[in-house]
Structure formats: C-alpha cells, structure tokens
Design a protein around this ligand. Structure first.
Ligand code: FRU
Length: 528
C-alpha cells in the first residue's frame, strides 16, 4: 500500500486536469452537487452513520473553521464535491444549534487562482480589527491555507500560503480578502493549517501553524499583518511524518492552579496506532513561546480513527467548555473504505478536561451532554452478575445506533471483553487484558476488510489509571465505535464495515464479574 503522501501525489496528479479547468468550470461542476439536490434517502446507504456528521455526498476530510456564533455551531470541512476521493479542496459547510443536529449549507469556499482551500480555522472578529464588518455586526473571519497545484507541479517550494475570507451574514456568504495571501511562504513546502485565537491580554491574534516538522507561532493586530514569534517541536514528540492541523488553547487545572496550555499536533504518518493520529503537549504559553511540561504528553485517541481534530472557537464564556471534534478516519485507507456516494464522518463532539496523573497533567475527553437529546429508549439495570458471558440483547434491542454505559468490578484475573457482533459472526471487541494492564480494540473480524491489509488489526494501549472498577461509555453508530474508558482518560475510536447490522452486544469474562450502572439507550437518527 502506498503511503498517503505518495497516494496524495497520485491523486493530485489525477486532479490536475480538474485543477486546470477555469474557475467557473469548477464552480459549475461543483454546483451539480450542492447539498440542496441531495435527497434525504441518501443518508440510508449501507454503512452511513445516523448521528455522526457526514457530508451530503462525496469526499470529506478534516473539520475546519469550527466557530460558534449567534446560537450556531459552524462546521466547515475539507471537501471535494466532485468525487469520493480527495481532490481540489473546498470548504463544505454545516450549522447546528447543538453540535448534534446539522443543517447542510452550500459550499462556503471554492478554490481560486491562488490554489485549493486547505485546512484552517474561523473566528468571530468581535472588535472588527479587520474592518470587514462593523462594531454592531462583527465579521466571521476564516483563515486557511492556499495550496497552489500549479506551483507544486512546476517544482516550486513555496506553494502553500495563508489566506483569509470573511462573512457578515452569519457565514451564509463569504468574500475572500483582496490582499491574499496574508502570510507568504518562507521557503518550506509544508506550511499550513492556520489556527487563530484572540488573546485578550495581548490585544492580538495568535496564529498556530504547522511547518513540516515543527509549529510556528505568529501574532497580528488585524489578521492581515503577521509577525513571527517563535517555533516549537523540532526535537519534541512524534516525527514519523508531517506535522499538520495544530491548535493551542488554555484549559483550567483540576487542582485550581490556574490554566495550562494545550498544544495539539496531528501527524501523518507516524501515529502509534499506524498512519495518522493526533498528539498533544501540555505546558506554558507566555504569549510568545510554548514550553512543554515533561511527562504531560499523549495522544488524543488510542484507536486508529480520529484525526485532524481541533477545538471550537468562541464558545460563550458562560458555557465554559472546550469542545472538540475530529475526522473519524485515517489517511491509510480513508479514500478506499467501502462506502458509496460519500466518504467519512466526524467523531461525536467531545468536551475536554485536564486530569492529574502523578505529577503530570493529561487530557480526558467526554461525549458532550447534547448527545443525550438523541436518546430514544433507555434500559437500565442496577447490578448484574456475569457468569462467563452475558448477552445484552434485551438492552440493545436490535439497534445499530446506541449508547451504553457500564461499570465493571470484581474483574477476573484475565480481564474481560465487550463484544459487538452480528448474525454472521463478525465482531468488534473491546477488552481489558488485566495481566498486561492494557485495553484493546480488535476489529480484525469486523466485516469487509480486504480494501487494506492493516485494517484488520488489534489496537492496544496501557490503562492510565489503576482504580479497581472500570467504567465505560460507548457510542455505536452503524459503522463506528467510540469507547470512553475511565471517565474519558482513555479513548478508542474505530470504524468498521460489517456485512450485516451490528446489533448485538455481550460481555465475557473468564469467571464471575459484576456489572453495575448498566444503561443502554438506542439513539435517534439526525437525518430523519
Ligand atoms: C490533514 C491535511 C491538512 C491539509 C488537508 C488537505 O488531513 O493533510 O494538512 O490542509 O488535509 O486536505
């Protein structure tokens, strides 16, 4: 199998003739695929998730421009509206009142003569520092990477630059800034994925940018003029691939010692689970430089399918949460997974918190409470004894879209397994190996897997805490599973493609085990 970069190069070459077409032609062909023309029954295709965000049709990768404004969560995304594989990048767009129910909107940003529209972020320019709006109507400003295919093809180095665009009508229409690019390329091929945030005490915008093998920080008074502040990471963290899609943000410490700063860096390839994954550093940000605390380092997800995720900007202070969403796929096989009409979905939205692990801080993720609105029918059991095996058919009730919570105690020496399965013996197994003190997620016999050899794998990770009981919170949605163990201190996310509905679950242990606080809720579709 080709590495994603080789694969991308091939696809980029294929995409060239589309890229070479005049801009009008591209827009015209893209219009054919506008969301309005997509029938609702499209969301009934085999493997289509029912409550995770997915595009109306065709290709999607990274979440982009996540910003909250005036009662709406905006989600933009890397989108190629003409095909189910990667190609000339646009920003697809959707809005939601709650991060769970989505309304698809027309494409927000089209490629232009400066290039494809790669990943980036969006903010509310509350003080109208750009002058694009007014004090009464602050503009939404998006900052993204221009990827110039002609430049790349002709062997130039400086083909990635940063541009901005704005909207004064709640994101419904976008105008690209005439002075683009606002940040020229200093002579490094990989120079992309701008994430901006307003830092009130500095009265400035701070930009976090991925530059090949490190992160560069910049500041600006108006999102147009940028000054380089510092670099981080050339000798830190994972370096098995290119650094992408960073984010820098504060989080309160659980012990009331003020804020710590978190730096996300996605990397492709080189993740411990294979292919693409997102690592984080926790440390100090003094307004100019980031310094990591030794030991306060980890990965957002210990499953294979959570990439390029970042935080939502401008979540109201009274809400106070730091909210996350990732792309639920992996560049190893994202473009060849067996789905028709569309490719890929996002993770469920997650709330982030710091927790103390010895002297270090680490990140925990919890599904957002808004997901509770999806609950249809819940079955709860106070306590249940498992004697070797307990089938949960009475609880799951034949659903393929459900949520389960359970606490396991008196765990036998070998550990336990929680198995999601179907009528043709395909299964996804989450387990705890007590001897190794490891969690694992095994999708090697989960259904279609011949599209990529290493899709059939078992993923393992050390358990972080050592409490005697283990609590699990699980989301299953037709073709994906997300497991939040130990109150989100370990998260494992994986996609799979079964031949028959995965509508059974059982718990197995080599002996007697106690299951308490069991709750299983079937979840409603957001597309019906
Ligand atoms: C991450 C990424 C970004 C880039 C985008 C292109 O998945 O490679 O670095 O901006 O995808 O679609």
């Amino acid at each position: 199998m080709k590495s994603r970069n080789t694969y991308l190069n091939l696809l980029m070459a294929l995409a060239l003739f589309v890229g070479c077409q005049p801009k009008e032609k591209q827009a015209e062909s893209a219009e054919v695929e506008q969301p309005e023309t997509v029938a609702e029954e499209k969301f009934q295709e085999e493997h289509r998730p029912q409550y995770h965000f997915s595009p109306p049709a065709h290709w999607m990768n990274d979440p982009n421009g996540m910003v909250y404004y005036d009662g709406e969560y905006h989600l933009f995304y890397q989108h190629y509206p003409d095909s189910t594989v990667w190609g000339p990048m646009h920003w697809g767009h959707a809005v939601s009142p709650d991060m769970v129910h989505w309304e698809h909107l027309p494409i927000a940003l089209y490629p232009d003569s400066l290039g494809y529209i790669f990943s980036g972020s969006a903010v509310v320019d509350w003080k109208n520092t750009t002058g694009f709006g007014s004090d009464d109507n602050p503009p939404l400003v998006a900052m993204f990477t221009y990827h110039n295919m002609d430049g790349e093809r002709s062997g130039k180095i400086k083909y990635q630059t940063q541009g901005i665009a704005y909207s004064t009508d709640k994101g419904r229409s976008w105008t690209k800034y005439k002075g683009n690019p606002v940040l020229e390329n200093p002579g490094i091929k990989d120079f992309r994925d701008p994430k901006v945030r307003w830092q009130e005490d500095l009265n400035a915008w701070i930009l976090t940018l991925a530059v090949k093998d490190h992160i560069a920080f910049y500041s600006s008074p108006d999102l147009k003029e940028w000054t380089h502040l510092s670099d981080f990471g050339i000798d830190k963290g994972g370096h098995g691939g290119v650094w992408e899609c960073p984010d820098l943000f504060p989080l309160p410490t659980p012990d009331g010692k003020g804020d710590k700063w978190v730096l996300f860096v996605s990397i492709n390839p080189g993740a411990p689970q294979g292919g693409s994954g997102t690592q984080y550093f926790i440390g100090e940000w003094d307004g100019k430089t980031f310094t990591e605390d030794k030991g306060s380092y980890g990965w957002l997800d210990y499953g294979p399918d959570n990439y390029a995720g970042v935080t939502w900007a401008d979540v109201p202070q009274e809400d106070g949460r730091t909210l996350f969403l990732g792309w639920m796929s992996n560049w190893l096989y994202a473009q060849i997974v067996p789905t028709e009409n569309w490719r890929s979905a996002m993770t469920v939205p997650r709330k982030m918190e710091l927790f103390k692990n010895g002297n270090d801080y680490l990140l925990a993720f919890k599904p957002v409470k808004e997901l509770d609105e999806l609950r249809n029918d819940c079955i709860t059991e106070a306590t249940m004894m498992v004697d070797t095996s307990a089938v949960l058919d009475d609880q799951v009730k034949g659903s393929t879209t459900f949520e389960a919570k359970l606490t396991l105690s008196e765990i036998p020496e070998e550990g336990f397994e929680l198995i999601l399965y179907n009528d043709v013996d395909q299964h996804v197994t989450f387990g705890y190996d007590a001897a190794k003190d490891e969690y694992y997620l095994d999708r090697s016999e989960s259904g279609k897997n011949d599209f990529y050899d290493e899709f059939s794998r078992k993923y393992t990770t050390k358990r972080i805490v050592d409490t005697e009981s283990i609590d699990l919170h699980i989301y299953v949605d037709v073709a994906s599973i997300e497991i939040f163990a130990d109150e989100g201190k370990t998260v494992m996310t994986a996609i799979f493609f079964p031949d028959k509905p995965m509508d059974h679950m059982k718990v197995e242990a080599n002996g007697q085990m106690k299951v308490s606080e069991l709750e299983v809720c079937s979840l409603k579709s957001i597309w019906k």
